[in-house]
Design a binder for this molecule. Structure first.
Ligand SMILES: [Cu+2]
Ligand SMILES: [Zn+2]
Length: 248
């Protein structure tokens, strides 16, 4: 057989074998290749990749573990620990304090972290310069957590979520002081000057500095608020879209 005839037969056999399978593979390959490498679609692909990478970087910061802080209260007759943890609904304040008789006692965050004496911790934490109020009031100090209630056996179990205090930004309570008073906070309803500054909660019974609580990983990210991070993502997405539109 002449060599060119032999080649022609081989080609014929190959075409027969491939008639269905190979053609299908070829068509699929061409489609993917077109999508990825034609100039127009390649830019769309880059745009999507840029947005996905941005989103991933941002989410790695936002979805990092919630920050937790802790304060220990200790005095001659009072002891307890209170933890502050970030949740989607605000800062969850939990813990148990023992040592006072049945009743309600003012419970605040004061502005300074100096507990050389409880008096050294300054006034209620009030960065916006507002009047004193209850935790549910529109007008309140950031540090106004209201009262905690001791039962007859001298135990106060605390479990509240507050939307104003924070572990980042302007309302960050880290490094300030948790204070327990000897009397009930009137939540700004007392009708006198004292009510609008301290809630007339009386003397300071126990205090403790609010400090970083493990795990440390939660404290390692940028500290940007979720709102800031969301705005940042929108900005990235819009920028990428504008680049894409200018290119075409
Ligand atoms: Cu106070
Ligand atoms: Zn206050």
């Amino acid at each position: 057989m002449h060599s060119s005839n032999k080649l022609s037969y081989l080609q014929h056999d190959y075409d027969n074998i491939c008639k269905t399978n190979c053609k299908q593979t070829y068509v699929n390959t061409k489609t993917v290749s077109d999508y990825l490498f034609q100039t127009h679609d390649a830019n769309m692909t880059r745009l999507i990749v840029i947005i996905l990478i941005s989103l991933e970087i941002i989410l790695s910061g936002v979805t990092a573990e919630s920050r937790k802080a802790i304060a220990h209260l200790k005095s001659a007759n009072v002891s307890g620990s209170i933890q502050f943890a970030e949740t989607d609904d605000g800062i969850q304040v939990t813990g148990t304090i023992v040592g006072l008789g049945a009743g309600k006692y003012g419970f605040h965050i004061h502005e300074l972290g100096d507990v050389s004496s409880c008096a050294a911790a300054g006034s209620h934490f009030n960065p916006q310069g507002l009047n004193h109020g209850g935790p549910e009031n529109e007008e309140r100090h950031v540090g106004d957590l209201g009262n905690i209630e001791f039962t007859a056996d001298g135990v106060a179990v605390v479990n509240v979520t507050d939307k104003v205090i924070s572990l980042r930004g302007a309302n960050n309570i880290l490094g300030r002081t948790l204070m327990l008073h000897e009397g009930e906070d009137d939540l700004g309803m007392g009708g006198d000057v004292g009510s609008l500054t301290t809630g007339n909660a009386g003397g300071r019974v126990a205090c403790g500095v609010i400090g970083v609580c493990a795990p440390l990983e939660a404290w390692a990210n940028s500290g940007a608020s979720k709102t800031f991070v969301f705005v940042e993502f929108i900005f990235t997405a819009v920028s990428a879209s504008v680049v894409y539109l200018i290119a075409y």
